[in-house]
Structure formats: C-alpha cells, structure tokens
Design a protein around this ligand. Structure first.
Ligand code: FAD
Ligand code: FES
Length: 297
C-alpha cells in the first residue's frame, strides 16, 4: 500500500502522482507498478504505470558502472495520461489517500556489464513519444555519472504532449524535440529526428518507448543501420505477473541474435516452437527490438 503525497496536473491531459511507500524495494529504470485505482467494481483490474522518479531524502539512484545496482527511496512518482475510466478516476486522488500498488515489476534497461546495456564507448540515444518519456528519467539519472553520453529525442503531437520535459532540461543532457503540429521543436515525427542521429552502429545504442507504430519504425531503422536497439512495450495488462497471458507479444524466429548471444525465450508458459510468445509484464517490458515479430504489430 502507498499513500498519495500529491496528484498534480502538469499538462492538459497529464498528471504527476507522488506516493510514499514504506519498504520500497530497489528499483531499476524501466520497471513499472500495477495500481488498483478503486475499491469499487469498475475498473476492477489494476493498471500499469512506469516508475518515473524515486522520491525521498537519501533516495539512492542506480548509478551505472558504480557500486549501486538499484535505487532505494521512500516513494515513487508516476506520470499518467488521462485516456479512460481508470486514469480519469485517478485524477480524484488526494494527498493522504491510500493506493494499492504492486511492484516494482518487469525487467529494466540494463546496467553496464549486462546484456543490453550501454558500454563505456557508446552513446545512448533515448527516443520517446509522449508518455513514453516515463522510463527515461531514471535511466538518464542512472547513466548521468557514468561518462556515457546521453541524447534524448522527444516527440509529441504538440507542445502539450511533452510531459516531464522541464525535468530533463534540468539534467543538462542533450535534447531534441519534435511535434507533429510544429508547436515545439522541429515539425514532424520523432523518428525523423532519429534518422539524422544514427551515425555509427558500433558506438551507439537506441532505447525507445512510445506508441507501437513509433517503436516499429524505430526498430526498422535500427535494424537497417545495424544499431543495437531496445524497446519498452506497453501492451494492455490484467495481472502484471505473468499469470493471465493477457499481455503476450509474438517473438520473431526465436533465433534472434544479441551482442553476447544470451537472449533466449524465457517464458516457461509456452512451448519453444519457432513462433513463441513472451509476456510483456514478466519477460519485459524491455525487449531487444530484434526479438519482436513486428509484422504482427
Ligand atoms: C508497462 C506499462 C507501462 C505503462 N506506463 C504508463 C505510464 O507511465 N503512464 C501512463 O499514462 N500510461 C502508462 N501505461 C499505459 C496505461 O497503463 C494505460 O493508459 C491505462 O491502463 C489506461 O487505463 P484507463 O482505465 O484509463 O483506460 P481504459 O478505459 O482501460 O482504456 C481507454 C483507452 O486507452 C486504451 N489503452 C488502455 N491501455 C492501453 C495501453 N497499455 N496501451 C495503449 N492503449 C491503451 C484502450 O484501448 C482504450 O482505447 C503503461 C502501460 C504498460 C503496459
Ligand atoms: S498481464 Fe497477465 S500475463 Fe502479463
């Protein structure tokens, strides 16, 4: 259980929700929580939200390549976009309200030394679309002191679709913005920004989060350029713990390659056929882009 500290509107459809959480476990960038919004019948199911910030005095963040591997604190902040019944009800949460939270869940964008991590000589390109910005705040904080160069490409429909932008400006990392209506940054899609950023596959790694169409385009560009690419998927979820199979994503050939050759089908729930599925909640939400059967998305 967590207690609401604040629930503030930051943009017309976006809120930030801070919650104190006793005994908060270590958190890695890219992990999420499942939030039970109401005790009432609808919506019955928990809703998944990425962890944006770790709150609290002495909150330690995961610093890549240093001694810490996980972030501890006294609470978390999420950013949510109001899209339906559950997120609509969340706007009524007040300081002091108790929220039923499950997590942290899922895998993460990896620390240095693990499969899928940026290496010392690599440049990280983070490509975010709208609410897809969420996993990148902790990621950027965690790599900030590592000496690895970070660039954020942030796209939205318009200037009101760039939540958290001010936080990233304060981090002092390189940022490029695009909006479809041209109200901020360059007019166009974030994938157009990415096109001019991919220069050297040996020294770059792409991390992406956003709408499926955007991720599909990013994955294609990364594959064409032979650049390593990891995507965070946001399939709708029911249980969040691998039990209901509701968030399954189809895996390509099952013979994908990653740098160290360690990526394997991990879901024990389905047989290792040439067409297998993984659970976004348990095996993800972060996947090597080359694993995904994008033609099915
Ligand atoms: C791992 C993960 C992390 C996420 N992180 C965040 C986050 O940090 N902030 C945030 O605002 N949202 C996030 N989401 C999406 C969020 O869970 C949904 O927007 C939310 O569940 C919608 O609940 P609702 O009851 O308001 O909408 P509903 O009433 O359930 O649905 C309203 C509309 O939204 C669509 N929708 C619902 N869920 C999704 C989804 N997962 N992807 C695309 N469309 C959907 C429905 O099809 C419907 O059209 C995340 C999802 C996942 C799986
Ligand atoms: S949400 Fe139930 S298996 Fe992933």
């Amino acid at each position: 259980m967590a207690k609401v500290l604040y629930n503030e509107k930051i943009l017309p459809f976006y809120y930030k929700l801070g919650m104190s959480w006793e005994g908060l476990p270590a958190i890695e960038p890219g992990q999420f929580v499942m939030l039970r919004i109401t005790e009432n019948a609808a919506p019955l199911l928990r809703r998944p939200f990425g962890i944006y910030k770790i709150l609290g005095q002495g909150a330690s963040l995961p610093v890549r390549g240093r001694t810490q591997t996980g972030g501890k604190g006294q609470g978390v902040e999420i950013i949510y976009k109001v899209v339906g019944k559950g997120t609509g009800l969340m706007t009524n949460l007040k300081p002091g309200d108790i929220v039923d939270v499950l997590g942290p869940l899922g895998n993460s964008f990896q620390p240095i030394g693990r499969v899928g991590a940026a290496r010392q000589n690599q440049r990280i390109i983070m490509a975010a679309g709208g609410i897809g910005i969420v996993p990148f705040y902790l990621l950027a904080k965690s790599y900030q002191l590592s000496g690895i160069s970070l660039k954020l490409l942030f796209g939205g429909r318009g200037k009101d679709d760039l939540p958290g932008l001010e936080d990233f400006k304060k981090l002092g990392i390189e940022i490029k913005i695009s909006t479809q209506d041209g109200s901020a940054g360059e007019k166009g899609l974030v994938t157009e920004l990415l096109k001019s950023e991919i220069r050297n596959p040996k020294s770059e790694i792409i991390y992406a989060c956003g709408a499926k169409a955007m991720l599909k385009a990013v994955a294609k560009m990364a594959e064409d350029a032979n650049t390593p690419c990891y995507v965070s998927l946001d399939n709708a979820m029911a249980c969040g713990i691998g039990a209901c199979l509701g968030c399954a994503v189809k895996i390509g050939s099952g013979k994908w390659e990653v740098e160290s050759g360690e990526s394997k089908p991990t879901s024990h729930l389905l047989p290792p056929t040439s067409q297998i599925y993984k659970m976004v909640c348990k095996d993800g939400p972060v996947f090597n882009a080359r694993e995904i059967a994008w033609e099915e998305i």
